[in-house]
Design a protein around this ligand. Structure first.
Ligand code: GTR
Length: 329
């Protein structure tokens, strides 16, 4: 495994030869998730179902837009925006997504999302602005505790699942986690930890997401830990200059999603996110899908021309992925 593109190998084994599906589920997967918590992402608060208040509802272009207040305990109240297909005849498959720029900003301009197209194809989209969950600055008092940002954002994602399971218009078996870049890191962690997500799309998630810590292209562990000291825990910083000593790499986190569907989406000019390394790790994780009886078509890659961004072309790929894995309505 040491000739994988974008990675200084060899990679640690995901599971020992001869491991059964049962042993993976009951022993190896929990052990890996514990290591990721202890050596990289830090703790998550105990699960706590949010209290919910519906604030308002208005029609949009082909969808109904509902604003909801989720009271998430430790992280306080957040504003969640739900868009629902107008002509809904059954519970909708739903993208649960964190956003960077605020819920309203997603309806026009450069950060616009494909709400109308998604609704036309029967999908709901529920989104929260990530900084409402936990601030993205190292000075935030939350990070003086055992908590770090990526883990808290992932925890917030799971509170969105708690809420989604109580909404009759949403299909509880078709919840898809989606996030871009640093939110792609949170998406992958949430999807790995929380099996209630039916599918996971860490979009251009890069280092600390689907890209290798042992990467040879793009952002290094040392660089990310220096620029964003609040994203990962102190233990991870000890590996800044010795990533080869980590007992895992990110293929082990990808494996924790198996046998559920996953799409790694990337852009050709986004070498900072080491897409070669990401795709190599996804290949390295494939034996876990095979072990658990998951079909290979559940593991998907997407590449488009252009830069680091979440574009309408990406939405087209997300919707096509949901169709392919039969998560459309
Ligand atoms: C960059 C960071 C990446 C990625 C990106 C983003 O500055 O180096 O890991 O997370 O920010 O979130 O847009």
């Amino acid at each position: 495994m040491d000739d994988l593109k974008g990675i200084a190998g060899p990679l640690p084994e995901i599971f020992a030869k001869g491991t059964t599906a049962e042993q993976w589920r009951t022993k190896r997967r929990p052990e890996l998730l514990k290591q990721f918590t202890e050596l990289m992402y830090g703790e998550a608060p105990p699960a706590e179902a949010p209290k919910v208040t519906v604030v308002s509802e208005k029609p949009g272009d082909g969808f109904l837009q509902r604003t909801i207040r989720l009271h998430t305990g430790i992280l306080g109240p957040v504003s969640l925006q739900l868009t629902l297909p107008l002509k809904q005849t059954k519970p909708a498959p739903t993208f649960l997504a964190l956003n960077f720029t605020g819920n309203e900003s997603l309806h026009s301009g450069p950060t616009a999302w494909s709400f109308s197209e998604a609704a036309r194809r029967g999908f709901a989209i529920a989104t929260v602005c990530y900084e409402e969950l936990a601030a993205d600055r190292k000075e935030c008092p939350l990070y003086e505790s055992k908590y770090r940002a990526v883990s808290l954002w992932a925890w917030g994602f799971s509170r969105m699942v708690d809420w989604a399971l109580t909404v009759p218009e949403l299909d509880s078996k078709k919840l898809i986690a989606l996030g871009h870049s640093r939110l792609g890191k949170a998406t992958l962690l949430a999807g790995a930890r929380d099996e209630r997500f039916a599918a996971v799309i860490p979009h251009q998630s890069g280092t600390g997401g689907a890209a290798p810590s042992r990467g040879t292209i793009g952002e290094s562990v040392q660089r990310i830990n220096t620029a964003f000291p609040h994203w990962f825990n102190d233990a991870y910083k000890k590996y800044n200059e010795r990533t080869a000593d980590l007992p895992f790499d990110q293929h082990c986190l990808l494996a924790c999603v198996a046998p559920r569907p996953i799409l790694l989406s990337n852009a050709q000019e986004d070498t900072w996110a080491n897409y070669d390394g990401q795709f190599s790790l996804l290949d390295a994780a494939l034996p876990t899908w095979k072990l658990l009886g998951g079909e290979e078509k559940l593991v998907q890659k997407f590449m488009r021309p252009g830069k680091h961004a979440l574009t309408p072309e990406d939405w087209t790929a997300f919707l096509a992925f949901a169709d392919k894995i039969q998560l459309s309505s």
